[in-house]
Structures are given as C-alpha cells and as structure tokens.
Design a protein around this ligand. Structure first.
Ligand code: ZN
Length: 433
C-alpha cells in the first residue's frame, strides 16, 4: 500500500509505502498525479494514538459498550491501541478474564486491545489479585489498576508496587481518598456550596497522590497517576519527578476544557469521576501537560447507556465517552492556544503512552522498519460533535453540538486500512455478525 503526499509533523511532504504491516519506504513526495494507493493531499500523517485508560464494559455491561463497539469508537478517534480498564463484571482480576478481553480485541481486529489487570480481587482493596498470572497470560498484562476505586490501604498499595517490579509492571492509581469523598457529587467549592451538592475536595485526590509517590520512592517502583485534576496534584508530581521518583501521570481531555461551573444546571452529562474542577485547575493542567510534568493524555472513555445518565444528578452515573473527541479537544486546548506543537501532541498522545505501557509496535517514528500504525488528519476541516453519530454504543458526550478542529480521515492498524474517509472499515469475517 502506498500513501502519497502526506505531511509529517516536521513539515516534510512524503510518500510512504507499507507492506505486511511494516513501513518499507519513506521518501520525499514529488509533485505529480497519484495513480496508485491513497493521495493524502497534504493531510498530516502521525503515529496512531495510544490510550492507557479506556472502559470497554465487556464482560458485564454490553448494553453500554462492547470490545467491538469500543474498538470502532477508538478507530474513529485515531487510536491504534487502547488499554481496557479492569472494572468489568466479572472483574478482570485473573488470567481468564484478561485473556477473554484480549481475544475479543483480536477478533474485532481494529485496534490493539490491551487488558489492564485489577490490583485487588474484585476491586475490594483487600487482597492482591493474581497479578503474576495475568502478566504471564497471553494478554501479557503490565498495567494494573483498580480504577473506579482507589487502592486506599497503604499496605496493599505498597505490596502491589513491590510485586509488579518483578515483571516491570506499573500500578495506575485512581487517587481518591474514600473517607473524604463519601457521597461526593462534584468539585467542592463555590459552585457546590451554591447549588447544594455534596463536594469532592481537591485534597481527597492530592492526599493519595502524595502518599503514593512516597510509597513508590520507598520501594523503588513505578507509579502512574490516573486522571489528575487539580493544580495541587500537578505540583506534587512536579516535586516527585524532580526528586527522581518513577511517577508518570495522565490528564483527560474533558479536564483540559470543562469546569465545575457547567454543573450549575444539574445536568448529569457533566458528572464525572474525578469531577470537573475550576478554571485555575484547568490552567495548571494545561501548563503541566505542556511542560511534560503530566506525561500523557488518556481518555477515561466511560460509556453509559442513557437510562444511567438521563436522571437526576445524584442518581446519574459518573463518566463521559471520550475516544472520538480526544484529539480535537487537545488540539483546541493545547495547540490552538499555542501551549503545545504537533510534535508535543504526538508525544503526549502516542509516543509517551506507548513507552509507559511498553507497547513496542506503537508510538514509533514514521521510518522504514517500524510498524505501520498511522493516522491521517485533515487540519483544514472542522466538524461538529453529534452524539447520535458516535461509533460508541453510548452517547454520553459533554461535547455534543460543539464545533471541533481537525478531522481524522484514515487509520492504518498494523498496515490495514481500518478507517477510510472517516468510516470504519469492518473486517470481512465480521460483516455477517
Ligand atoms: Zn478513574
């Protein structure tokens, strides 16, 4: 396969040839008509995006999302690899469940689906899950997380950090001190006080981040902080990195754009865990991401069917879908504001997540011999988010109706053309499902 006239992030116009899933040729584009393959017409060609925080809901809540529908959503958003969080039903806390998710990902065949294993059995926070067996399984799990819940017991957290060192694993923590967030519904601050919803203080997140970076230093292990939302959290991670502690962190697109003021009308579409914070926090997150204190953007794609969202605020489920809007939101908040450049975005959304997770065939430079996980983006076009057109089975996007920059037109997963003219190309074997 040949992709002609593609623009790289450094501005060079190139022709790229792909064979058997690998890039076999990259050379300078010469003006002239394209007779074979794809004419990229100067669209931007970058490595496929990598998400380390996706909720696929299968097994257990296939009405919200499945591995297949989540894979379609990922492809539409420009992802070539996603990491499936462990809070399924049954929980992905043993080799059987992670292998099931891995196989479902393979059979969907659209993106790499890498299961994340639970840290504790049943996400109960009491006994360690079978992390070694999950690491040894065909899914080769390296990221472990009780996401949705915090590993709150410091002794369990210490043991988990020690255990994963044997196979260079990483613990991804959902930082939420449970005693400080009983019944919490939104950010604790001026808005929560005004509208009378129980608040979720920044300290509930920061207390766990502080504790865990010290634990990671003490046992010399790798810690990843999920979805940082507060200015204080960014400061703590900056301090830990300066001290040489092996900590990495992620921010979600929605926390880069939205604030708790949106909750004022009690619309549960804005209900998310951790909650939307203040403009000051948003600014600190943007600066932290630009600086690299926050290593990556992760979607925390959290699909919920409408019956779990279209209800009163207190009864609504926490979470937003995010795979299909992530790139555009990062362009809007980080590139259009001149805080980051395209090479920075490629680092935070592809290179760095692949490095943290150890996904060797992802996040590579566009060069001969590298895996052909690539996407084409039309920078000249805008699009309007229409929830009904999302590929995800769930429609709970906070961005419905919003005008967005940058249209993802093509995705190549291991050399296969899985998104063409922004439409998912289904595998032939799947066509009569
Ligand atoms: Zn979480």
């Amino acid at each position: 396969m040949k992709i002609s006239n593609a623009k790289l992030a450094n501005g060079n116009l190139v022709n790229v040839e792909i064979s058997n899933g690998v890039i076999t040729k990259v050379d300078k584009a010469t003006a002239g008509n394209v007779t074979d393959g794809i004419d990229a017409k100067s669209k931007l060609l970058i490595p496929g995006l990598v998400d380390l925080h996706t909720h696929l809901r299968e097994p257990g809540r296939e009405d919200a999302e499945t591995v297949l529908t989540g894979s379609r959503s990922a492809v539409a958003g420009g992802y070539t690899a996603i990491s499936a969080m462990a809070n399924t039903n049954p929980v992905a806390d043993n080799a059987g469940v992670v292998e099931q998710i891995y196989r479902l990902g393979k059979s969907a065949g659209l993106v790499d689906v890498n299961p994340i294993g639970a840290v504790t059995r049943g996400l109960l926070g009491e006994q360690l899950a079978e992390m070694g067996a999950m690491a040894d399984s065909i899914a080769k799990v390296r990221i472990f997380s009780d996401d949705g819940k915090c590993v709150f017991d410091p002794l369990i957290m210490r043991r988990a950090l020690e255990y994963v060192k044997t196979f260079n694993g990483i613990i991804a923590q959902h930082a939420q001190e449970p005693r400080l967030t009983v019944n919490a519904q939104m950010n604790e601050g001026i808005i929560s006080a005004r509208i009378g919803l129980p608040g979720w203080p920044a300290i509930a997140e920061e207390a766990i981040i502080a504790r865990d970076i010290l634990l990671a230093e003490h046992v010399q292990s790798r810690l990843h902080i999920c979805h940082v939302t507060t200015a204080g959290g960014v400061e703590l991670i900056r301090w830990a990195k300066q001290r040489g502690i092996q900590v990495t962190a992620e921010v979600t697109p929605h926390h880069l754009l939205l604030t708790d003021e949106l909750v004022e009308n009690y619309d549960p579409i804005y209900k998310v865990n951790p909650p939307l914070r203040t403009q000051k926090d948003v600014q600190a997150l943007r600066e932290g991401l630009a600086e690299g204190v926050i290593d990556i953007v992760a979607t925390d794609h959290a699909p919920h069917p409408s019956e779990d969202k279209d209800c009163e605020f207190q009864a609504g489920a926490f979470g937003m879908v995010g795979l299909e809007t992530a790139l555009s939101v990062v362009v809007k908040t980080m590139i259009e504001t001149k805080l980051m450049t395209w090479p920075d975005l490629i680092d935070r959304m592809s290179v760095a997540p692949a490095r943290i997770a150890g996904y060797a065939n992802q996040g590579n430079e566009i060069a001969v011999g590298k895996s052909a996980n690539l996407i084409l983006i039309d920078l000249e076009k805008n699009w309007r988010v229409d929830r009904d057109k999302l590929k995800s089975k769930s429609k709970n996007t906070p961005f419905n109706g919003m005008e967005m920059p940058s249209v993802i037109t093509d995705v190549f997963h291991n050399g296969e053309h899985v998104l063409q003219e922004s439409q998912v190309v289904e595998k032939k074997s799947e066509s009569n499902e």
